[in-house]
Design a protein around this ligand. Structure first.
Ligand SMILES: Nc1ncnc2c1ncn2[C@@H]1O[C@H](COP(=O)(O)OP(=O)(O)O)[C@@H](O)[C@H]1O
Ligand SMILES: [Mg+2]
Length: 228
């Protein structure tokens, strides 16, 4: 069996409103193995983004635990969590979250610069992944000078530049027309096939979800495996 890259156990999240607690989901168990692709679908408001944020350690669970490899996120300090995220994880948001004042190349190099790599080697690594996503001619463009699909591919390149084990993507094609969404999916698929990166993608596009190996849905606060 392949290595476990990401796992959660009895994971739950509540938000505390004035006087009452709102349970988004509870008792979620999920294991993602090296090289796997997994989709989570669910209606808007069902908790998909919240679950992804917990798995990435961007938010704290109300109950249960998240493991990256053997490491329990709850046992780490904020600084250690953020270092682990930088090393092991790429995160792709629905809206690209690229920095407007930097070029595509600089945006992609950013996680390596944050980690303390030299500018020269960070930019070289960034150029390599930009080529992998088909943006070798767009390195000097700023986000505003790129199309929606190109921005999303640059965001994927930024997630890949650290050579993560897993990419977590929150509705990565949610804003794109069908053709652009297909091209974006192909970039993620290439990353999976050529680099062995596991993919955990949250989406409400059934057509995208059907392309992944395992399919789950969040419904009424539970995560259920769907036989596709
Ligand atoms: N910080 C927060 N405080 C209170 N409620 C929140 C917060 N973040 C999300 N929620 C609620 O949690 C539910 C799930 O949200 P979300 O995870 O964004 O759903 P999805 O991504 O599936 O659309 C929604 O009802 C949302 O209003
Ligand atoms: Mg969402």
């Amino acid at each position: 069996m392949n290595e476990v890259v990401l796992r959660c156990q009895q994971l739950g999240k509540q938000f505390n409103d004035v006087g009452s607690a709102l349970t988004i989901f509870e008792d979620i168990d999920l294991t993602l193995y090296q090289g796997e692709t997994l989709a989570i679908i669910g209606e808007s408001g069902s908790g998909k983004s919240t679950l992804l944020h917990l798995l990435a350690g961007l938010e704290q669970p109300s109950s249960g635990e998240v493991f990256h490899g053997e490491m329990s996120l709850g046992s780490l300090s904020e600084a250690q969590r953020s270092e682990l995220r930088n090393r092991q994880f790429g995160f792709v948001y629905q809206f690209h979250h690229l920095l407007a004042e930097f070029s595509a190349l600089e945006n992609v190099a950013m996680p390596l610069l944050i980690r303390g790599e030299s500018k020269g080697s960070a930019l070289r690594a960034a150029a390599e992944v930009l080529a992998l996503v088909g943006l070798q001619d767009r390195g000097q463009h700023r986000p505003a000078q790129l199309s929606g699909g190109e921005r999303q591919r640059a965001a994927i390149a930024r997630a890949l530049v650290t050579r993560p084990k897993v990419i977590l993507a929150d509705e990565p094609t949610g804003n794109l027309d069908e053709r652009t969404a297909e091209a974006t999916w192909q970039v993620l698929e290439t990353a999976n096939q050529q680099l062995g990166v596991s993919l955990l993608i949250v989406t409400h596009a059934r057509s995208l979800a059907a392309r992944l190996q395992r399919l789950y849905k969040i419904e009424q606060g539970k995560l259920i495996e769907v036989n596709s």
